[in-house]
Structures are given as C-alpha cells and as structure tokens.
Design a protein around this ligand. Structure first.
Ligand code: AMP
Length: 233
C-alpha cells in the first residue's frame, strides 16, 4: 500500500504515520525528518536545506524529489510506504507520479487531514519531539509518561526550532499557497479522502484505516472521487 498524508503543518500527520506504520508494517517517509537528519549530519543536502527549514520556507522541489526517489528504492519500501509531508507542491506531485510510474507503482490514496487553523498554533507550540527516535509528543494532549523524556527510547525531548509561533504562521501561509492546491489536484484524480482531524488520535486513526480499506477493496471509492469519512461525521 502506498499513500500520502496531506494537511497543514501540525495537523497530526507525524502522529498518524507512526501508528499506521505499525498497523501496516510499512515505513513512513517524512521529508521533514530526512531533512532534519541531513542538517544534523551536516551533509551537502543538509547544508542546502538548512535556511529553508529553519525559516519555514519550502526546500526546492528538485532537492526533495531526489531525496524521495532515493528513499523509495531502499529495500524496506518495496512493499509500500506512507508519505508524510511530501508532496508539498504540484511539481512535487507530478515528479512523484513520474517516478512511481517508472517502477510500475501508483498511489492508492491521499488522505487529507483537516484541522481548524486556530487549533494548529496551539498544537504546534506544545509539540515536543525526540531527537533520538523521532517520536512525537504533545505536552497538552499526548504527554510522555515521564516529563521531558521519550517513552520509546529515553532520550530528552526537544522543541523544534521551527515550532515557534512566528515560524508556524509562516509555514501555514506556505501551506495555503503551495500545498493546498494539491487537494484539488488529487480530488480530480479520484484519490482524495477527507479526514476530520480535530478529534482524538485514535478517532482520526480509525477514519484513516476505514478510508484505506474502502480504497483498496474491490467496491472501494478509488475511482469515485472525494470521500468524506463517515467516522468524522
Ligand atoms: P515538516 O516536518 O514536514 O513540517 O517539515 C519541516 C520543514 O522541512 C518544512 O517547513 C520545509 O522547510 C521542509 N520540508 C519538508 N518537506 C518538504 C517538502 N516536501 N518540500 C519542501 N520542503 C519541505
């Protein structure tokens, strides 16, 4: 199964990706995580990406496309993967379609997680991440068992540099202008499901699982256009 989690920064893509990776046994590919690792390691890609990431701007499409194309050829991704934070622009979506097609692959579904804008700012400024294993927590809604410590690997949690209020506002603007057009793009291809992301983590998760089940079942909605998930009514 190959699918995309689409939505504004802070909509819960990372949290859902972690749960979905476990459920389906496929890797999550987060371009944000790949870029942060490259920046931390000081690689040439990291150097190129640094200013964009810290200011909340989009890294150039050709850099991102190269990273993702390389990543999907690794052995763990042959049976499927979850794309989180990619594509983020129409050229990226077109590039993705091109290199999936070259491998005889296609996307099964694009799940757009809807969250009200006012909730996003609160979510993002209270988000904490583990620099060791990438686990995501939220001090208000999903705190770690021991304050400031990752439940999974025991590393001290940090706040991302780009989770400050000013940068979050910029990232939301970038999302509106560059990424939101992907909603119509994938709707026109009959691939889009709208997921209501304001509820609890498990409610959002269940909607995604139901939407994926419909998409891959023979009577699914894959060619039927945009679906609103009943779980979110
Ligand atoms: P994220 O963790 O997905 O919110 O990404 C953090 C930052 O990495 C973004 O604000 C961008 O600067 C950069 N980034 C991540 N994914 C992409 C992408 N697909 N295209 C361009 N820039 C990206």
């Amino acid at each position: 199964m190959r699918f995309v989690l689409l939505g504004a920064p802070g909509c819960g893509k990372g949290t859902q990706s972690a749960l979905l990776q476990k459920k389906y046994g496929i890797p999550g590919i987060s371009t944000g995580d790949i870029l942060r690792a490259a920046i931390a390691a000081g690689t040439p890609t990291g150097e190129k990406a640094k200013t964009y990431v810290t200011t909340g701007a989009l890294v150039p499409d050709e850099v991102i496309l190269e990273l993702v194309e390389h990543r999907i050829d690794q052995g763990d991704a042959t049976a499927g993967f979850i794309l989180d934070g990619f594509p983020r622009s129409i050229p990226q979506a077109e590039g993705l379609e091109g290199f999936l097609g070259q491998r005889g692959w296609k996307l099964d579904r694009v799940l757009k997680i809807d969250v009200q804008k006012k909730a996003i700012l609160e979510r993002m400024t209270s988000r904490r991440v583990c620099p060791g294993c990438g686990a995501v927590f939220n001090v208000l809604t999903q705190p770690p068992q021991k304050s400031g410590i990752c439940d999974a690997c025991g590393t001290g949690l940090i706040q991302r540099d780009d989770d400050t209020e000013e940068t979050v506002r910029k990232r939301l603007n970038v999302y509106e202008s560059a990424t939101a057009p992907l909603i119509d793009y994938y709707d026109a291809k009959g691939l889009l499901s709208i997921i209501h992301g304001d509820g609890q983590v498990d409610q959002v998760f269940n909607q995604i699982v139901e939407a994926l089940a419909r998409a891959i079942s023979p009577s699914g909605t894959q060619s039927g256009g945009r679906t609103q998930n009943p779980g979110g009514r």
